[in-house]
Design a protein around this ligand. Structure first.
Ligand SMILES: *[C@@H]1O[C@H](CO)[C@@H](O)[C@H](O)[C@H]1NC(C)=O
Ligand SMILES: *[C@@H]1O[C@H](CO)[C@@H](O)[C@H](O)[C@H]1NC(C)=O
Ligand SMILES: *[C@@H]1O[C@H](CO)[C@@H](O)[C@H](O)[C@H]1NC(C)=O
Ligand SMILES: *[C@@H]1O[C@H](CO)[C@@H](O)[C@H](O)[C@H]1NC(C)=O
Ligand SMILES: *[C@@H]1O[C@H](CO)[C@@H](O)[C@H](O)[C@H]1NC(C)=O
Ligand SMILES: *[C@@H]1O[C@H](CO)[C@@H](O)[C@H](O)[C@H]1NC(C)=O
Ligand SMILES: *[C@@H]1O[C@H](CO)[C@@H](O)[C@H](O)[C@H]1NC(C)=O
Ligand SMILES: *[C@@H]1O[C@H](CO)[C@@H](O)[C@H](O)[C@H]1NC(C)=O
Ligand SMILES: *[C@@H]1O[C@H](CO)[C@@H](O)[C@H](O)[C@H]1NC(C)=O
Length: 520
């Protein structure tokens, strides 16, 4: 009877095989679009969810008084002033406290500041030169983190030769006072003029007649809401606060390279930071090393990068896990991934990070590799030459259906006619850290700003003898599958034609001279 047995095994296998095919078809039918191989699907899921989880918005102004003694102990006393929270006037009533200005007042203030283009401390530190390093910092409302970023900048060597440009999309006197109290280098403030704060009831804010995010197309057409015909590729309508970050990033770059008077002949580097970053004291030194290394060994490297996400430290373990998943079938893989995600959300310890000790050593390594949005978007550096190349392809950025500026830039990078993708030169021992990992999501957990900051402080203290290396060794790597994966579709959130048009409009503004205003 062995032949019969063989046949029945074959039959079972065939049925199983057909079942798998059926499941695959069902999945692709429900999911809309699936990639050809499982790894890509997983990568996409991970990618989308990483981006989704990085909630860049906090509705409240985050200004808690939670700096722990432990953190303060490692901050030089003369810098404590940047961490001092000035109590808001609690005897004033709520209206006075939280809306000191109405929208028209704020808009007027924003116009005045943007027109004046005031550079604070220029008298002390000299004018902006064509090679002055410009450090552009995108600020929303996370004041606690901003305080620590300022403290870290204050301790960086040669910071007095830079220009800090704080780019705000939220006008707040307390943030302004903090920024204007900086006395260790030149400082400028610019205000994104199309913010949700100043357009609460109209585009680019949320117009009452905008389609609800989850409205179906037929519903939207019946409602005759704004841009009913233009949902994103996932069928969702725009959400103002999510669109704002990409707009702000793009506006800020346009403003700095093309519109400010002080950058008219600037050819130096512009460093892009965000309010919840933290820099090492040798980041400017490393920047010049990266620059000279690039000039010597990688003239085609258009982007320099100073950081990696703390998350990325876990990258290896994550990717190992993913490899493990590859031995599972597709359904099991998806289940394992979502199980992991569920665990991640509940497990308060997962943001805990590991730094490989060899990242900081006597000969420090730099890597030359294709630029990838989610890995190389922190502490990114480029100059006007590169910006001009980006601007020529603004449509790839502005018309791409993705509300993430970094994925939009990746899309642009992958679609440069006659040119290769952006190459990045980055230091393997990070000089910029993301301290804002645990925001409001983790409020209940033990993950607070102080804990992360004190870890970064500790790390930098341990690495102290390896900072300011005299030279670096460069390795060239083709990058993993993730680096080279061609974007198939965007993350959505950018289907509304008004967003695309506003984005393009921002590139059409010409350089503006300072308006001198005499205050009385
Ligand atoms: C990603 O996470 C969001 C919520 O954080 C969830 O709604 C969505 O279904 C997830 N996407 C995938 C593809 O699992
Ligand atoms: C913040 O904490 C410090 C020391 O713990 C205290 O002196 C200060 O008054 C607090 N500020 C506010 C606004 O609560
Ligand atoms: C606090 O607010 C009250 C009422 O508006 C005002 O009289 C007082 O001067 C304010 N105090 C400070 C320190 O600003
Ligand atoms: C709060 O202040 C505003 C403006 O001064 C005033 O119109 C309002 O009546 C005050 N409310 C209370 C509860 O005191
Ligand atoms: C805003 O407040 C100012 C006074 O601070 C007032 O003169 C102006 O009329 C207000 N504007 C609106 C639109 O409420
Ligand atoms: C910068 O300006 C100086 C003099 O102002 C000039 O000699 C130099 O060539 C300029 N450098 C660049 C790169 O434009
Ligand atoms: C600007 O960056 C490009 C690419 O990294 C580089 O080739 C060029 O020399 C830089 N320009 C200046 C003036 O430094
Ligand atoms: C944050 O963590 C630090 C150190 O672990 C702790 O001392 C502090 O009380 C925590 N603060 C809050 C608000 O949980
Ligand atoms: C873009 O600029 C054009 C011409 O100035 C203007 O008509 C249009 O309203 C602008 N669009 C947006 C979304 O700002």
């Amino acid at each position: 009877m062995p032949r019969l047995k063989y046949a029945s095994i074959l039959r079972v296998l065939l049925i199983l095989g057909l079942f798998c095919v059926w499941v695959q078809i069902m999945l692709s039918a429900t999911n809309g679009a699936l990639d050809k191989d499982g790894d890509n699907i997983l990568a996409d899921i991970l990618q989308t969810n990483l981006t989704n989880n990085e909630e860049p918005f906090t509705e409240e102004l985050m200004n808690s008084n939670e700096t722990s003694e432990q953190v303060l102990a490692l901050v030089p006393p003369e810098l404590h002033k940047y961490l001092t929270v000035h109590p808001r006037n609690s005897s004033a009533n709520a209206t006075e406290r939280y809306s000191p200005k109405n929208v028209s007042d704020i808009l007027r203030a924003v116009q005045r500041v943007n027109g004046a283009q005031t550079i604070y401390n220029e008298d002390l530190f000299g004018p902006v030169q064509n090679d002055t390093i410009i450090i552009a910092i995108q600020v929303h409302t996370r004041l606690t983190y901003l305080r620590h970023l300022i403290v870290s900048l204050a301790q960086a060597k040669d910071i007095d030769r830079t220009l800090l440009i704080f780019s705000h999309d939220y006008y707040d006197e307390e943030i302004n006072n903090l920024v204007r109290s900086i006395d260790f280098t030149k400082v400028m403030q610019i205000f994104y003029p199309y913010s949700v704060q100043t357009h609460p009831l109209e585009f680019p804010g949320m117009d009452p007649n905008d389609c609800p995010r989850d409205a179906k197309l037929e519903q939207a057409l019946k409602l005759k809401c704004n841009n009913a015909l233009h949902p994103d590729l996932h069928g969702h309508y725009r959400e103002a606060k999510y669109a704002q970050t990409k707009h702000h990033w793009w506006w800020k770059a346009n403003r700095i390279f093309n519109q400010l008077q002080c950058t008219a002949s600037h050819t130096g580097m512009v460093v892009f930071l965000e309010e919840d970053h933290y820099v090492a004291e040798d980041f400017i030194h490393i920047l010049s090393l990266l620059r000279t290394t690039a000039d010597k060994t990688c003239p085609q490297c258009e982007i320099l990068c100073l950081g990696t996400y703390l998350k990325t430290y876990q990258y290896h373990s994550t990717s190992d896990k993913r490899k493990k998943h590859l031995t599972l079938n597709y359904i099991q893989q998806v289940r394992a991934i979502s199980e992991e995600r569920r665990k991640r959300q509940h497990d308060t310890q997962t943001w805990n990070y590991q730094v490989y000790p060899n990242l900081y050593a006597n000969t420090q390594k730099v890597e030359i590799t294709p630029w990838h949005s989610s890995m190389h978007n922190m502490g990114m550096v480029f100059n006007r030459t590169v910006w001009t190349n980006i601007l020529e392809l603004q449509e790839q950025f502005c018309a791409y259906d993705d509300y993430n500026w970094d994925y939009s830039l990746l899309h642009l990078s992958q679609n440069r006619p006659g040119r290769e993708k952006f190459k990045v030169i980055l230091c393997k021992g990070p000089r910029v850290f993301h301290i804002g990992e645990c925001g409001f999501h983790h409020k209940k957990s033990n993950c607070n700003a102080s804990t992360v900051i004190s870890k970064v402080q500790k790390l930098l203290q341990d690495a102290k003898s390896y900072l300011f290396p005299a030279r670096v060794t460069a390795t060239i790597s083709a990058g993993g599958a993730k680096h080279n994966k061609k974007l198939i579709k965007g993350n959505g959130g950018w289907g509304d034609l008004r967003d695309q048009e506003l984005c393009t409009n921002m590139t059409r503004v010409e350089r503006q001279m300072r308006k001198y205003i005499y205050y009385t």
